[in-house]
Design a binder for this molecule. Structure first.
Ligand code: ZN
Length: 135
């Protein structure tokens, strides 16, 4: 399992993307809207992982709710797995609560699923896998 990306909740991509572009001296990718989560996403590709900047587009978006409660900052850590459904079943059998029993479609057309932070010391962990890996 390797680190895929770190998700950061921001109020405004327009304000925050230039900050992270400056820090990492590279351009953020194009903005992508993820309907499922009601978020706009821009990714910054680094050598060994990405930074995923997340902006809620609706008060009901999990990102908007997160910022409302906790403010901006690190929202989740994403790990790339092989066989995401098996991995979810495996950790679930081990007693870890899941937010998503089955994977959803996230940014970049990747499959994603979240573990429940109540089971993970309040660290929101996401599993991710390329969608068509096994087809
Ligand atoms: Zn993510």
């Amino acid at each position: 399992m390797k680190l895929a990306h770190i998700g950061i909740a921001v109020r405004s991509l327009n304000d925050s993307a230039p900050v992270f572009e400056k820090i990492f001296n590279t351009n953020a990718g194009e903005k992508e809207f993820v309907e499922e989560q009601k978020v706009n996403v821009r990714k910054i590709h680094l050598e060994n992982c990405d930074i995923e900047l997340l902006e809620g587009t609706d008060p009901e978006s999990p990102i908007s709710k997160y910022i409302e409660k906790k403010g901006e900052g690190i929202h989740h850590i994403s790990f790339e797995v092989e066989g995401i459904q098996n991995k979810l079943d495996e950790v679930s059998k081990g007693g870890i609560k899941l937010i998503n029993d089955t994977p959803r479609t996230g940014a970049d057309n990747m499959l994603v699923a979240f573990l429940h932070p109540k089971s993970t010391n309040s660290v929101l962990i996401e599993f991710t896998e390329e969608k068509n890996r096994n087809i």
